[in-house]
Write a protein that binds this ligand. Structure first.
Ligand SMILES: Nc1nc2c(ncn2[C@@H]2O[C@H](COP(=O)(O)OP(=O)(O)O)[C@@H](O)[C@H]2O)c(=O)[nH]1
Ligand SMILES: [Mg+2]
Length: 302
């Protein structure tokens, strides 16, 4: 299956709800009037595009329609696809992993799909022929390292893990040593999404950051914040909290297959100014799609 098909498949729920309405709106288009724009804005808000983003996207479309004298629903649809594409294009969607080793640090609250995403990323890079090492930095629950070990086996990656309750930063330290000794191309660090309280979590992540700075100076590092799309606007609030603490370089938006609100991508990209780099569209090892703003906007409005 091609990436665009995967993307479309992942957005099935969004498409069924939103596209049904948008499709009807564009198909029965007889002329740009206020009722049309109002319904369009409402539909975008229902898809979780965010009230501010929806309003400004519709304003832009209104202006453009006036200037260019759009007459057909297809002209409107295609102009809206351009507008949404521009809004969700906020930076490079590719990961920068050019040093050996390079680091991917994966952060986010509990249950959003961090460990699963790491498994999918490991498989992706292994398929490109790279040596991948996973560091089991979520020591909060014994099951967490166990789950990561299963993904390591599935993807053919190596893993460094310690026992439950051990210091996450020391797991990362050992991961760095192992990566250097084994000449791994990419070390992917898992982290806990829950500690005793939020400031503990942020302190722990800062400590991990310092270990990486010290042990792998000059290494390319991507800090990916994982957000569960089904949590809608709550995910956006989490993202703001995480973004405050550290250099989040990209977002992975998971579980897009399980929501009718795929428009959250637009809200996240526009409001955080951090690029969405991957989207998760299922629980399987292949269900991670590099994010493509144009493809996404087209799939949303197909
Ligand atoms: N449907 C769906 N489920 C996902 C996706 N990503 C993760 N999950 C599921 O979400 C649950 C939590 O995932 P996990 O990786 O353990 O989250 P973590 O606590 O952040 O490490 C698991 O049941 C995963 O299978 C996705 O893209 N789509
Ligand atoms: Mg986990």
């Amino acid at each position: 299956m091609g990436l665009f098909e995967k993307l479309k498949q992942g957005l099935t729920k969004t498409a069924r709800t939103t596209t049904a309405r948008l499709g009807g709106l564009f198909a029965s288009f007889t002329g740009a009037n206020e009722a049309f724009y109002e319904e369009l804005e409402e539909t975008l808000i229902l898809a979780d595009v965010g009230a501010g983003s929806a309003a400004s996207a519709v304003d832009e479309l209104r202006e453009l329609a006036k200037q260019r004298g759009f007459r057909t629903g297809e002209e409107m649809r295609s102009a809206l696809a351009d507008i949404l594409t521009e809004r969700i294009t906020v930076g490079d969607t590719a990961l920068k992993l050019s040093t050996v080793p390079s680091v991917i640090l994966v952060v986010g609250v509990n249950g959003v799909g961090k460990t699963t995403t790491i498994g999918k990323l490991a498989a992706l890079y292994k398929a490109e022929g790279r040596r991948v090492l996973l560091a089991a930095g979520d020591t909060f629950r014994a099951a967490a390292a166990e789950q990561l070990a299963i993904w390591a086996e599935r993807s053919g990656a190596e893993i460094v893990r310690h026992g439950e309750g051990s210091d996450p930063a020391s797991v990362i330290f050992d991961g760095c040593s192992a990566a250097k000794a084994r000449r791994s191309d990419i070390i992917i660090c898992d982290t806990a999404g829950r500690l005793h309280n939020k400031s503990n979590l942020m302190n722990e992540l800062a400590k991990i950051g310092r270990v990486l700075d010290r042990e792998l100076p000059g290494a390319d590092r991507e800090t990916l914040l994982v957000i569960d799309a089904t949590t809608g606007q709550n995910g956006l609030i989490q993202a703001k909290q995480f973004k405050e603490f550290a250099g989040v370089t990209g977002i992975v938006l998971t579980k897009l297959d399980g929501t009718a609100k795929g428009g959250i991508v637009a809200a996240i990209a526009a409001e955080l100014g951090v690029p969405v780099k991957f989207i998760g569209v299922g629980e399987g090892i292949d269900d991670l799609v590099p994010f493509d703003p144009r493809g996404f906007a087209e799939a949303l409005l197909q």
